[in-house]
Write a protein that binds this ligand. Structure first.
Ligand SMILES: C[S@@+](CC[C@H](N)C(=O)[O-])C[C@H]1O[C@@H](n2cnc3c(N)ncnc32)[C@H](O)[C@@H]1O
Length: 276
């Protein structure tokens, strides 16, 4: 069992990844980054950091596996059901009161459950055709899963369906998928207005302007300096008087752009941009 790794070794690892693959993990929160690396070493029986760094330098396929393990992809449909009620009852009605179509960005969408939640909500409220959605993630493998979702049925019953009921959906979650051999195949017609693409929040920059951005449970993996930079990117990517939603354990308070937003709901972490 690997007890610990040196900060210096982590720095070398980040440097090699940045030089060879152009991903910048330097400002990821160090303790969770370290935990993920240790987990990888143990899982893939890599004896030490020197071997890991050498393999990453020389083997792009190995790096792909590493990337896959490094990013935390845990997600759920209708995660935090009360937030989804607020999106349905307050955020979207407010946006639709002044415009016919809206643009939404799910940043760090993982395997797509958050996007399906949004599309189900939109469909049940007659808004699906009035919305364009962009769903992005740094991790190509997880994005491939988001594009062709096959969700585990156990998870579907034990997590997603429970959340959907607590949210107060008007149908049944099973209206939106077909079960085959313990796997839920989602109805992909729900996501015909969704563009999936890889996007690295650390370096890819602005690519559109949005009325609503959701970036939930991604910032917790970044240190404060990086959070600050990424919050600036979101501020720039939002129209004035549009909405920004982060994860329940995340905060805007310390960032430079905090004064350019007002809090709509502190508990649900819903903010509105009020200043360019
Ligand atoms: C824990 S998941 C959150 C999924 C979903 N937003 C939710 O709250 O259920 C975090 C996601 O952020 C992605 N991620 C990590 N670093 C990123 C970066 N620099 N740019 C874009 N996505 C990133 C990961 O690949 C992962 O899919």
């Amino acid at each position: 069992m690997i007890e610990d790794i040196e900060i210096g070794e982590l720095r070398t690892l980040c440097q090699v990844i940045q030089e060879k693959y152009k991903y910048d993990f330097n400002n990821y929160a160090i303790s969770s980054f370290k935990r993920r690396v240790i987990r990888f070493l143990e899982l893939f029986k890599v004896p030490n950091m020197t071997v890991l760094i050498e393999k990453i330098k020389t083997d792009p396929a190995f790096f792909k596996t590493f990337m896959n393990e490094l990013t935390v992809n845990v997600t759920e449909m209708f995660r935090d059901p009360s937030l989804w009620r607020d999106i349905r009852d307050k955020v979207l009605p407010n946006l639709f009161s002044t415009q016919e179509t809206i643009k939404i960005w799910h940043a760090g969408c993982s395997s797509g459950e958050e996007v399906y939640s949004m599309c189900i909500l939109l469909k049940e409220n007659g808004w699906l055709d009035n919305v364009k959605i962009w769903a992005t993630d740094i991790d190509e493998n997880i994005l491939a899963k988001a594009k062709a979702p096959k969700y585990n049925m156990k998870n579907m019953f034990e997590v997603n369906e429970k959340n959907y009921i607590r949210y107060g959906g008007t149908g049944k979650l099973s209206d939106y998928y077909k079960e085959e051999h313990g796997v839920a195949h989602m109805d992909t017609s729900l996501v015909s207005n969704v563009t999936y693409r890889t996007h690295d929040l650390v370096k890819s920059g602005i690519f559109n302007k949005f009325d609503l951005i959701l970036c939930r449970n991604v910032m917790i993996y970044f240190n404060q300096q990086l959070q600050n930079e990424v919050f600036k990117l979101f501020h720039e990517s939002l129209f004035n008087y549009s909405y920004f939603i982060i994860g329940s354990k995340e905060t805007l308070i310390w960032s430079e752009i905090a004064g350019k937003f007002i809090t709509i709901n502190q508990e649900e972490k819903i903010f509105k941009k009020v200043k360019e």
